[in-house]
Design a protein around this ligand. Sequence first.
Ligand code: FES
Ligand code: FES
Length: 160
Amino acid sequence: MPETISLRVNGIGHTVTCTGKESLLDILRDYLDLTGAKEGCGYGACGSCTVVVKGEAVKSCTLRGKDKLDGLDVVTIEGLAHRDGTLHPIQQAFLDAGAVQCGFCTPGFIMRLYALFARNPGASDDDIKEALSENLCRCSGYEAIWEAALLARERLNAAG
Ligand code: FES
Ligand code: FES
């Protein structure tokens, strides 16, 4: 029996008819064509599917079913850049710090930091480390990602 799920993504309302068993990641990628969030492990371990819900970074592969998804307000990586194409400071910091290699993990890391800095612009180094520990990168090494996070914090705070 098909299910109807209504949710907002990046400020736009959507109603999706699906089986009701899909994860939030499935809805984003397969029904809304928002493919920025990536499916790595599919079971909550890698963070490549991270999006922001109610200000919190969540692994979208772990939210499943109409009761969990109906009415959600979601921000994805596609919602970060400005309409004129200017990148969000966290996105720009990843580029400037050379923190993107294959890029598979990048949207997840950026959304993780987006949630952290929105909640706590003055996040300490330990706060950042703790947040980043939720996400895995298989190819860049973590040093550049760390540099990107520090650069993003600096720029966000300078911008007020
Ligand atoms: S794909 Fe969701 S945590 Fe790995
Ligand atoms: S840049 Fe390739 S997995 Fe992180």
